[in-house]
Design a protein around this ligand. Structure first.
Ligand SMILES: *Cc1c(COP(=O)(O)O)cnc(C)c1O
Length: 233
């Protein structure tokens, strides 16, 4: 049986290989371990294997995990990567280090107001809708720069970059077109804002393609922790 420690090493190896194939440095691509639906014991196991960045999708689950673990493991970096309703923004503003899914000015303003003075600025990414699907969340590409200008004015937020979830079940050419469009938008943003250094894209099944298109942070869940069982949530 492979352990979480083994699977983390395999994920790191995949990142290193993908970086090498694109003539990039492996250390320029960070691994975010997506621990949604998984128990604290598995986060701790990954922590002892050296993992420090963890991503959570659900407000309530994330809140209970951060509260349970942050005292004993103060160097864990907590990333919120799920959809966020504005009435839940305070949980993210007070407990998390990163927020990947900003898609409205109103959410950004609330996070800025609710971020405690005692904490460093919240690192944020704008979630971009790079897929053609109507229902997908995220800001249309043409609105990203305007939202970025607004976020850059908020003192308790630091604009770090873009996040995207490419369409599932599309052919490889479509996937490549989406990622290439994302990468060029990211480059434009990085030219405009010194604080921008993060392109959050790539999951268990597409990390190689994402690294080939400039990803600096891959969000890996099932390849580390195994398949998820949502019935227990
Ligand atoms: C669940 C999730 C992931 C991880 O997906 P895997 O396919 O398990 O690697 C990454 N990003 C987001 C936004 C997710 O919701």
């Amino acid at each position: 049986m492979t352990t979480i420690t083994d699977r983390l090493a395999i994920a790191q190896h995949r990142i290193a290989q993908a970086a090498q194939n694109s003539s990039r440095r492996a250390e320029d691509i960070q691994l975010l371990a997506v621990s949604k639906t998984k128990p604290n014991s598995q986060i701790i196991e990954a922590y002892h294997a050296g993992q420090r960045r963890f991503g959570e999708n659900y407000v309530q689950e994330g809140e209970s995990k951060v509260n349970a673990l942050s005292q004993e493991f103060p160097d864990i970096e907590w990333h919120f990567i799920g959809p966020l309703q504005s009435n839940k923004s305070k949980v993210v503003a007070t407990l998390f280090d990163w927020m990947h899914t900003v898609e409205r000015e109103k959410i950004a303003q609330r996070l800025n107001e609710q971020r405690p003075e005692s904490m460093p600025a919240l690192n944020v990414c704008i979630q971009v809708n790079i897929s053609q699907e109507q229902s997908k969340s995220g800001v249309p590409a043409c609105e990203v720069l305007a939202l970025a200008d607004k976020i850059a004015l908020l003192p308790k937020l630091t604009l770090r970059g873009l996040m995207a979830i490419p369409s599932a079940d599309v052919d490889e050419l479509t996937a490549i077109q989406e990622l290439a469009a994302l990468q060029s938008l990211y480059n434009e943003l990085a030219q405009r804002f010194d604080s921008v250094d993060t392109l959050s894209v790539g999951m268990s099944n597409d990390l190689e393609l994402a690294v080939a298109h400039g990803s600096t942070m891959v969000r890996i869940g099932s390849a580390i922790f195994g398949e998820r069982d949502y019935s227990k949530l």
